[in-house]
Design a protein. Sequence first.
Length: 216
Amino acid sequence: MSNRSLAPRALYEEVAELLRQRIFAREMEPGSWIDELRIAQQLGISRTPLREALKVLAAEGLVTMKVRRGAYVTEVSEKDLRDVYHLLALLEADAVSHVVVCASDADLAELLAMHQALERALADRDRFFSLNEAFHRRLLELSDNRWRLQMVEDLRKVMKLNRHHSLFRQGRIEQSLAEHGSIMKALMARQSKEVAQCMLQHFANGLQAAQSPSPA
């Protein structure tokens, strides 16, 4: 098979990533119609790779395809949000309880260093978000279950549609950091039940913040 035959696949994946980042950056708002012709012209591509990219984003839950109406950026309902947080809490609590048992001392030292970096980033919201995601991802990697990792990554993409309504809440970053501190304390003490409960509470508090009314 020639390398040329891989080009269409690479192109639609690149387009999917570009649109994904636009959605996360709120350049494409939840509920907004996706003008395929305009985007294709803007990117200098045909509509075929664009439509393939939209299928990828639809499978991730970021785009909703409506019959005879086209593609829309997904709007996350209150139920969607509760369901996503519920599943994330269960999956990550299970992952972290596994890490307590299986992680080496070096692994725990790595997580502690990441947590300390998170503490230093408290005043830099964007950096805090990035480090927070990296910390959670590393926990999942250390739990060594690729299926769980894939499920969490897909769920977190949907959760990002509501990002501006969670950690952006006044005081939520500080609260989240304190919760991470409790998780790290239980991890370092290798307390399986305690660390799982800390993670469940972390997501319960995150959901509460995400559902809170926007400040005036």
